[in-house]
Write a protein that binds this ligand. Structure first.
Ligand SMILES: [Zn+2]
Length: 92
């Protein structure tokens, strides 16, 4: 019996990690994986990533910044935007 519970918790943790990587709610992912088991994990894998949350996260961590011309995410040390080709001031 405990083994089954343990496996279900593992599904919850796996779904939580998948959801967090996609910029979605980790708690929701855990609940989904824990309640639905393998089905919850599959749903977490199939769900599309929340691009807006991921962009915000990358900008907060300083690994990316927004191009002032086209608003795509580019590297902070970039001098030229790789999306629109416009020159951007490098951040020191
Ligand atoms: Zn651009």
């Amino acid at each position: 019996m405990e083994i089954i519970l343990l496996i279900w918790i593992l599904f919850g943790v796996a779904a939580m990690l998948v959801m967090q990587n996609k910029g979605r709610s980790g708690c929701g992912g855990f609940a989904m994986g824990f309640l639905l088991g393998p089905i919850g994990l599959v749903i977490a894998l199939v769900l599309s990533a929340d691009h807006r949350t991921m962009e915000k996260r990358e900008m907060q961590s300083g690994s990316m910044r927004k191009c002032p011309q086209c608003a795509e995410l580019i590297r902070p040390e970039a001098r030229k935007c790789r999306f629109c080709g416009s020159e951007v001031p490098p951040i020191s």
